[in-house]
Design a protein around this ligand. Structure first.
Ligand code: IMP
Length: 427
């Protein structure tokens, strides 16, 4: 298998964790390159369920190298909790199979505080962030005042950097938000200790990946969130603060883009979104709750109920086109069993015009009306099916109809949370 990227082609939570875990068997490296602990990738191995936030999903396969590359915003508190939790469950995690970029930016306590305060400040205009400090940490990176993993390992640099950061952040926290400041000594102590624990894992992961490529490695780039949450190409400002598709890889890893062989999008057979922001095909009626319960659509990171709706061909085609995908994987097809006929969004209407291509130049999707096509539903349980031809005719028909409408082949179907619950269609 050549090096490839697996990305979310909707608003996140498409089931990337399971697919990446499935594909990880055939690669040597699995690389996270953007986002941070806002992600929650769920993987089921046998009777064990794992929710990974920062550690790449390849860690559940012995012998794979997992990389947290420079584009990831690393919260060392949560990362070490995650590593300790995996080790306690018998998963091997050490400097041989987990590498962390020295250049990755660090999320500190003050970033988490500022994330929560900014959301409170925005009131009705809030983004609905995960509260993990993602936006403030990436803002500091762009403003060139962030601290990186390499700074955690150097006590003097850490002290100097934190002193400057806290002087600024504390004055803001106190003057604007009228809250208590963070204490430098305490923060220094906590992050200094965490840095010492992370040190064995830290290196120049860009150089390591380039060397691995030269030696013939096949690398899987594991995106987090989804293309519609991409900082540049998503539904701004209701987005996350990183580039969530193939676009994030070169800058987020130091790996040359011409060596990325393929980009495979993941999309559910329906659609969900957490947090605020436009979601044209959202189902506001009781069928939205039915979808939520059938698909257990509650956030893996925050536990928030996800907003649910129908597959949106307009947005999905845009996401796949942006990433140059020659294939995609449809997940959660089993969830639609027994839910009746299935609406699919095929066009948007506004101001008397009809759009089949995603109107990315509009400042918002307010007032957009959605045109649906109803596809026949099915009642049969799909979770034991392993061959496409064994699916009930209506389910098969749904897949083929959607594939045709999107115009990009569906290479695999997922019909349950377990590793073996997939139907291959020639990946
Ligand atoms: P942030 O990434 O925490 O700043 O949140 C920004 C937006 O992205 C919010 O709407 C979040 O709900 C959403 N978001 C962030 N991470 C994920 C994810 O892993 N899955 C789905 N939505 C996410």
């Amino acid at each position: 298998m050549p090096s490839l990227c697996v990305f979310g082609a909707q608003w996140g939570d498409e089931g990337k964790g399971k697919i990446i875990d499935h594909l990880a068997a055939d690669v040597s490296h699995v690389v996270r390159y953007q986002g941070g602990s806002n992600a929650g990738h769920t993987v089921v191995v046998g009777s064990e369920k794992y929710v990974l936030h920062l550690v790449p999903s390849g860690v559940l396969h012995p012998g794979k190298v997992n990389v947290i590359a420079n584009g990831v915003a690393v919260d060392p508190v949560l990362l070490l909790e995650e590593i300790d939790g995996l080790v306690a469950r018998g998963v091997a995690v050490g400097p041989n199979n987990l590498r962390i970029s020295a250049r990755a930016h660090v999320i500190f306590q003050h970033h988490r505080r500022l994330d929560a305060l900014a959301e409170r400040w925005r009131g009705e205009g809030r983004i609905g962030t995960t509260g993990r400090g993602i936006g403030p940490a990436y803002a500091d990176k762009a403003a060139r005042v962030g601290l990186r993993v390499c700074d955690l390992l150097d006590r003097d640099r850490l002290e100097a950097g934190l002193r400057v950061a806290l002087a600024e952040k504390n004055s803001f926290i106190q003057a604007v938000h009228k809250e208590a400041p963070l204490e430098l000594g305490e923060q220094l102590d906590v992050y200094g200790r965490l840095g010492a624990r992370l040190e064995p894992f830290v290196g120049d992961t860009g150089a390591e990946l380039r060397a691995a490529h030269r030696a013939g490695a096949n690398i899987l780039f594991e995106a987090a969130q989804g293309v519609m949450l991409d900082l540049d190409h998503g539904t701004y400002p209701y987005v996350t603060s990183s580039n969530t598709g193939v676009d994030g890889i070169p800058a987020g890893t130091g790996f040359p883009p011409q060596h990325i062989g393929r980009a495979i999008g993941i999309a559910k057979a329906y659609c969900t979104r957490v947090g605020e922001g436009p979601f044209p095909s959202e189902e506001h009626g009781p069928r939205g709750s039915e979808l939520r319960e059938a698909g257990h659509e509650y956030g893996a990171t925050t536990g928030r109920p996800r907003r649910c709706g129908w597959l949106d061909v307009v947005a999905l085609r845009y996401a796949l086109e942006l990433n140059g995908s020659d294939g995609w994987i449809m997940t959660n097809l089993d969830v639609l069993s027994g839910l009746g006929d299935v609406p699919v969004a095929v066009a948007y209407r506004r101001g008397g015009s009809r759009f089949e291509t995603f109107p990315a130049h509009w400042s918002s999707l307010d007032g957009v009306e959605v045109e649906y096509v109803q596809r026949p539903g099915w009642t049969e349980d799909l979770t034991a099916v392993r061959r496409f031809e064994d699916l009930p005719p209506a389910a098969r028909n749904y897949v083929e109809w959607v594939e045709n409408a999107v115009g990009v082949p569906i290479r695999m179907l997922s019909i349950g949370p377990r590793r073996d619950q997939v139907i291959h269609r020639g990946l």
